[in-house]
Design a protein around this ligand. Structure first.
Ligand code: IMP
Ligand code: MG
Length: 209
């Protein structure tokens, strides 16, 4: 994956022990601790990667307009930063989905609890998501958005956990591919908490209060 320029590595063996050998080709650097949590990606690493993603999206747009659709609530900080790295005439919309059951993992059935405000027919649409995990959420959103006949439909996700996939779906733009870890911060929550942490941190099993 991407190169990092700062921070000391925590031993990769720590993450491999937690996640299994399938994670071996993924990034396994954490830098420090933040409020007692291991930082997987610091705010600086996030900012650098988001800027790269924005530049790529700008190139791919080729001067055309864009509708960015954020998936509430987790994608809000990512959308805010990514949008400012994209040089294009862009508008925002937001959807919210619920995946039955609270807690740390999505559980299966997905339903839309807040729909789009504006039509997307004939437009270049970018779904902006915090994390692509089982793929159930994005597969569902892709299906219903395609029914509106956008000109293009692409997906940007800050994090991707390919080892957890149930639905066959890939993002067009991926910030970081990670092993099967539960992460919080930069929009991502555990039971609605920790979204405002500026870094992406690892929540170890048994760590939640
Ligand atoms: P999916 O439908 O399983 O792909 O799950 C997508 C959603 O599950 C994400 O948008 C998050 O809201 C949540 N999720 C999955 N993994 C994590 C995680 O490690 N931390 C926080 N939320 C997660
Ligand atoms: Mg989400």
């Amino acid at each position: 994956m991407t190169g990092f320029t700062s921070g000391s590595a925590i031993p990769c063996s720590i993450l491999h022990r937690r996640t299994g050998p399938e994670s071996r080709d993924t990034v396994c650097m954490a830098t420090t601790t933040y409020q007692g949590l291991e930082v997987l990606y610091s705010r600086q690493q996030i900012a650098e990667r988001v800027a790269e993603m924005g530049a790529q999206i700008t190139r791919d747009l080729n001067g055309e307009r864009l509708v960015m659709i954020g998936v509430l609530k987790g994608a809000a900080p990512f959308l805010a930063d990514l949008s400012r790295s994209i040089q294009a005439d862009a508008t925002f919309d937001f959807v919210a989905v619920s995946s039955y059951g609270k807690g740390s993992r999505s559980s299966g059935a997905v339903k839309l609890i807040k729909d789009l405000d504006e039509p997307i027919e004939g437009k270049n649409v970018l779904i902006v998501e915090d994390i692509l995990d089982t793929g159930l959420t994005l597969a569902y959103l892709r299906k219903i958005f395609l029914q509106h006949h956008p000109k293009t439909l692409r997906i940007a996700t800050l994090l991707d956990k390919p080892s957890r996939r149930i639905e066959k779906i890939d993002a067009d733009y991926v910030g970081f591919s990670i092993p099967n870890l539960f992460v919080i911060g930069y929009g991502m929550d555990y039971a609605e908490r920790y979204r405002n942490l500026p870094d992406i941190c690892i929540m170890a099993p048994g760590q939640a209060e």
